[in-house]
Design a protein around this ligand. Structure first.
Ligand code: ADP
Ligand code: MG
Length: 542
């Protein structure tokens, strides 16, 4: 049994493994004659749920029964629950259906699959990561680990050519998201003293609402207006069926324009056939502002790492097949642009990483008879050359009371800042708010700010509070720290946060009694304790 890497994408997903020569290969989706599977689920009826291109073809005609872009919802608080034929489906369950389809691709070709690595965007917080893992488990997969998409893309690039000390900007323009990540590849020594290639994430940026769909929308509007002009109609006079016809032809036309200078689209406009020709030039003119917008996100990310430091720009994501993207990036980074299998690189990198992990833990999946000694040796050769060092996707810290001012303030102290090397550890000593306090409700928050202190999203009583949405402050959970009777307010309580790829570990030690309380936070825990403002820690000892 071999291990697999899965790119669970917003619009398209892909699965890969290492072939008998230790090179990454994608498992073909023969049904759709494609290397990828559309991340679209169609709930046709009680007995039939369709995933992939066939599901996508129902978006226009039966849109109410189709679920798309579920990755935008996974792990989000208040994410919607879908209902079809009397059954409900959470985003995790929908994602599990997509993963099951990928699993079936392997099984249909006679393979067996269990151990996998699934990729996630670098900006995913803890809950999104944990929900992704859950989806994998629900699909009957053993999720060895998650890996950030740009890191996977860089791994796949490294597998092609080894170069020492290179800083790579991964430009990932997919169907609905745009991710900019700067990774550094350098040589380091692993625990056994061997030279390995180390991949470190230096900066992340982008927009989770910018992607190929924006280009589709522009082309849709262009064709709609051309249909109006040709038939002397106003957009309001265009029938719903015609709009559907345009919608379903837009993506194909866009792909054609990546290869050819023009594309013909035939539309049935309110019953009469109309042929529209779109040239690549037209298409580029009508979307030049989106290309520029994407470039602004690159510039913003480069505020953290100087442009001169970038050695290579790696184009990833299906939308980078559009020549206008490559041209724009080339203009900014002349001679530095690389593009290899942009819609498969992430899955391939994940497959490499999956093999690395199996090797690390001593061959978890080696009991299967399918892997030959040769194959293993090759995979080992490839994978023993890398080590991955990721950065924290968010900032993390506890909510505590600042008693220094005239009025008590409940604040979030950011222990670990976004972008720190993982595992990241931070410890600070606090004190009970009052004498004889029975317990402390130590709340852990995540956010996207790099400020030392913030106002969190709940007050010290645990009531939700308005907060600056730009910082995405999210309550992850609470650690209940019980204090013995007669605890004085000058008892030092040592609080430690440790963040690694699997989650946040929170620990509190009562230094008078040496009692330790700890919890591992992945999602908000439901804690049923009486809430009170006094159940808090304060910052200073006076
Ligand atoms: P995801 O966003 O799910 O990670 P991908 O990286 O596979 O997905 O990108 C999907 C997007 O790429 C879609 O918008 C699709 O239309 C677009 N795309 C794929 N191939 C081409 C192509 N040849 N030309 C233009 N766009 C393409
Ligand atoms: Mg992607």
């Amino acid at each position: 049994m071999s291990t697999y890497g899965i790119d669970l994408g917003t619009t398209y997903s892909c699965i890969a493994r290492l072939d008998s020569n230790g090179n990454p290969e994608v498992i073909r989706n023969n049904e759709d004659d494609s290397n990828t599977v559309a991340s679209v689920v169609f709930f046709e009826n009680e007995n039939n749920v369709v995933v992939g291109q066939a599901a996508k073809e129902n978006v226009e005609t039966d849109g109410d029964r189709v679920v798309q872009f579920v990755k935008r919802e996974i792990g989000k608080r208040d994410s919607r629950v879908y209902e079809f034929d009397g059954k409900t489906y959470t985003p995790v369950e929908i994602s599990a259906l997509i993963l099951t389809r990928l699993k079936n691709l392997v099984e249909a070709q006679g393979g067996t699959i269990e151990d996998v690595v699934i990729t996630v965007p670098a900006y995913f917080g803890l809950e999104e990561r944990s929900a992704t893992k859950q989806a994998g488990e629900l699909a009957g997969l053993n999720v060895l680990s998650l890996i950030n998409e740009p890191t996977a893309a860089a791994l796949s690039y490294c597998a092609r050519q080894f170069q020492e000390d290179r800083t790579i900007l991964v430009y990932d323009l997919g169907g609905g998201t745009f991710d900019v990540t700067v990774v550094k590849m350098s040589m380091a020594q692993n625990a056994s003293g061997n030279d390995v290639q180390k991949i470190t994430v230096l900066a992340t940026g982008g927009d989770d609402r910018l992607g190929g769909k924006d280009w589709d929308d522009r082309l849709y509007n262009h064709i709609l207006h051309a249909c109006c002009d040709d038939n002397g109609l106003t957009p309001e006079e265009i029938e719903a069926e015609t709009r559907q016809d345009i919608r379903s032809k837009v993506e194909e036309a866009k792909r054609k324009l990546s290869k050819k200078q023009s594309a013909k689209v035939r539309i049935d406009v309110n019953g009469s056939r109309t042929e529209i020709t779109v040239t690549r030039k037209d298409f580029e003119n009508m979307t030049s502002d989106i290309v520029a917008k994407a470039m602004n996100f690159v510039d913003a990310t480069l505020e953290k790492v100087p442009a001169e430091a970038i050695d290579t720009v790696l184009l990833v994501g299906g939308s980078t097949y559009m020549p206008m993207i490559k041209n724009a990036v080339e203009a900014k980074f002349p001679g530095k642009v690389q593009q290899h299998d942009p819609d498969q690189a992430v899955a391939k990198g994940a497959a490499i990483y999956a093999s690395m992990l199996v090797e690390e833990v001593g061959g978890v999946s080696s009991e299967g008879g399918e892997t030959s000694g040769d194959e293993t040796a090759h995979a080992e050769q490839l994978t023993s050359k890398f080590t991955v060092e990721d950065q924290t996707p968010r900032s993390f810290g506890p909510g505590v009371v600042d008693t220094t001012g005239a009025k008590h303030k409940y604040v979030l102290e950011n222990f670990i800042k976004i972008g720190e090397k993982m595992p990241a550890v931070f410890t600070k000593t606090y004190y009970p708010l009052e004498d004889n306090q029975e317990r402390v409700l130590l709340r852990a928050f995540e956010n996207r700010s790099t400020d030392d202190t913030l106002i969190p999203c709940v007050d010290e009583d645990g009531n939700p509070q308005a907060t600056d949405p730009a910082h995405y402050v999210k309550l992850l959970g609470e650690l209940v720290v019980n204090l013995p009777p007669n605890t004085s307010r000058d008892t030092p309580i040592k609080v430690t946060f440790k963040v690694d790829a699997s989650g946040v570990h929170v620990e509190a030690v009562n230094t008078k009694t040496n009692e330790t309380f700890e919890t591992f936070l992945r999602t908000e825990s439901d804690i049923d304790v009486e809430r009170s403002a006094v159940h808090q820690l304060r910052i200073s000892s006076d």
